[in-house]
Design a protein. Structure first.
Length: 98
């Protein structure tokens, strides 16, 4: 199953992220190496949201990521939420429909 971890980021996110970026990326790449985190990044124009795509058996995986993320722990993320995403088209769709 795919899950989207959606971050709302603080208004000073771009100014503050450098301090925590290394630790955040270390956490993210570790999740990617485990096959859990497929894609992640901030939305642009404006930079007010980030989206992380997980593949996991339950929402506990992205929830645990958020709870350990230095961006969340240090207030760069003002809110986060996990949404199940029913993917139906594409090579990596979790429930392909033709």
């Amino acid at each position: 199953m795919h899950y989207l971890l959606i971050y709302d980021v603080s208004s000073d996110y771009l100014d503050r992220r450098a301090e925590f970026r290394g630790a955040h990326l270390k956490l993210a790449w570790a999740a990617a190496e485990r096959g859990q985190l497929l894609l992640a990044g901030a939305l642009a124009d404006p930079v007010d949201t980030a989206v992380l795509l997980f593949e996991a058996d339950s929402s506990e995986v992205p929830e645990a990521f958020a709870k350990a993320d230095p961006y969340v722990l240090n207030g760069l993320v003002t809110q986060w939420r996990v949404r199940p995403w029913t993917t139906v088209v594409g090579e990596h769709a979790s429930t392909p429909v033709r």
